[in-house]
Design a protein around this ligand. Structure first.
Ligand code: SAH
Ligand code: SF4
Length: 474
């Protein structure tokens, strides 16, 4: 069935904001400021969604806390990509019994990808009476209306119907921090990698209009943000569902043209549709970081095919070579799944050899996690958890060694970094990122947060670089 792009009528969002005002009158009637806690699991898209939940809550008059015993409303924004994250969520939601006992009027909401799965919504309904409101990612835009229903009726509300998703504009956002911003450019995924639950819970690929993305980026630059990360499950298919001719590379050029001193990053790129045009655009746009997260998942062609990744090892390696030809200083990172059903010793060895060949700056490695309803869940899997753990450990060791070696190559070099926060440690009190996204610890004045600076790298380890600022930060 073909998905028809759906846009939520802006009038509907105005209605939600009106409901926020109604809730404001009720919850601030005693003259006190109520508090909310938003707990986020999973990917950057979820971080971006939580900023919208906080945006709505702020309009309702809530301040924010990290202490569940102080919170009048708790929203847990969940992830479904691996079982481990789901277990953590369930454990933490169960533990909210204590805060709710201490504060019986507390409202607990659970949202995000995990509850968009029917079996999880059911489980919460049956076994987690502490939860008052459950809503999937497609219902986020009407969070105020759902919350008001819980407040007025005092009954549990579940909004997790099957849905392929829509594009929504105009939800208020409360961003964390003043230096780095997430900017969603598209939602959903059409790729159906056989291990992955995302296409089932986030719906079909749908892009925001380029004008909307550029307007938001312009606004962020005007507010002083110095780094904008364009987000999507597969940014390389940006625009395919729109009438306009703008593709992802064109969109980078449009954001790059906004006046100001800021960096553009993006994630994630699917290797099957990363184009030469994209690499050339990255190289030519002076604000675009030379950083590419290009998840390979596995180094063996049989496994790649079984994963439905639509590229071969050779095609992937050619893309890496092409990207590096345009950007010799490219920082390249990847995701890898170890222990996909039926992955043999030899097949895993192909992943190791690919990583040796590419020499990633960093790798995010995961042990395969069986996801209900995905094709891989019913593939034969004769290997034990212990076999997989052995492979995982070997890959981690390789990844750490290469990252350490690459970091050592930075020593003695002077690089431009963006100072983005405090570390809480005395000796190196500031954290920063290179253009390629590598972490650099520094000593300096916290007033420099949000500035670019030239830094000489003096030491390094597997995870980070250490540097000294030459002169004052710009
Ligand atoms: N859209 C992004 C990634 C989304 S999920 C992309 O395609 O690159 C982030 C990462 O989680 C994936 O790249 C994959 O490595 C990992 N992942 C996804 N499903 C998984 C599963 N069932 N088990 C283990 N890791 C998984
Ligand atoms: Fe999942 Fe594949 Fe889509 Fe990434 S591209 S979200 S791994 S289905």
């Amino acid at each position: 069935m073909k998905y028809e792009r759906k846009v939520i009528d802006p009038e509907q969002i105005r209605r939600q904001e009106q409901i926020c005002a109604e809730i404001f009158d009720v919850v601030t009637a005693d003259g006190k400021r109520p508090l909310a806690m938003v707990d986020t699991y999973g990917c950057q898209q979820n971080e971006a969604d939580s900023e919208k939940i906080r945006g709505y809550l702020a309009e309702m008059g809530y301040g924010f806390t990290q202490d569940e015993f102080q919170a009048d409303v708790i929203v847990v924004n969940t992830c479904a990509v691996r079982e481990h994250a789901e277990m953590r969520v369930l454990g933490n939601v169960g533990a909210l019994n204590h805060s709710k006992k201490a504060r019986p009027s507390q409202i607990v909401a659970v949202c995000g990808c995990m509850v968009q799965q029917e079996h999880m919504a059911e489980k919460i309904k049956k076994s987690y009476p502490v939860v008052d409101l459950v809503f999937g990612p497609h219902e986020l835009w009407r969070f105020p209306e759902l919350l008001q229903r819980v407040m007025r009726k005092g009954k549990r509300v579940f909004a997790t119907e099957k849905n392929l998703g829509a594009v929504v504009e105009g939800i208020p956002q409360q961003r964390e921090g003043k230096v780095k911003a997430w900017l969603s450019i598209m939602y959903g995924c059409n790729n159906f990698c056989t291990y992955c639950v995302v296409p089932y819970v986030r719906g079909r690929e749908r892009s925001r209009e380029p004008e909307q993305v550029v307007a938001e980026a312009r606004e962020l630059v005007a507010q002083g943000y110095k780094e904008i990360t364009l987000l999507g499950q597969n940014v390389n298919s940006y625009g395919k569902d729109l009438d306009s001719e703008v593709d992802f590379a064109d969109l980078i050029r449009m954001v790059n043209a906004i006046p100001g001193d800021f960096l553009i990053r993006f994630m994630t790129s699917h290797p099957k549709d990363a184009t030469e045009k994209l690499f050339q655009t990255m190289a030519e746009c002076e604000k675009c970081a030379h950083q590419l997260h290009l998840p390979v998942q596995a180094g063996n062609d049989r496994i790649l095919k079984a994963m439905n990744r639509s590229y071969t090892r050779e095609k992937y390696l050619q893309q890496v070579a092409l990207a590096r030809r345009y950007m010799p200083d490219l920082v390249l990172t990847t995701d890898i799944i170890v222990g996909f059903p039926g992955e043999t010793e030899e097949e895993f060895a192909d992943t190791l050899s690919l990583c040796e060949e590419v020499r990633y700056d960093a790798m995010f490695t995961f042990i395969y996690s069986k996801r209900v309803g995905t094709p891989a869940a019913s593939m034969p899997d004769p290997y034990t958890r212990a076999d997989k753990q052995k492979h995982f450990d070997a890959l981690t060791e390789l990844s750490n060694r290469i990252s350490g070696e690459k970091h050592r190559e930075y020593e003695g070099k002077t690089l431009r970094v963006l100072i983005d926060g405090e570390t809480g440690r005395e000796e190196y009190n500031l954290s920063s990122r290179t253009n390629g996204g590598r972490l650099v610890h520094l000593k300096g004045d916290p007033a420099w947060i949000g500035r670019f600076a030239d830094v000489t790298i003096t030491a390094s380890n597997t995870w980070a670089l250490y540097g000294e600022i030459g002169g004052n930060a710009e």
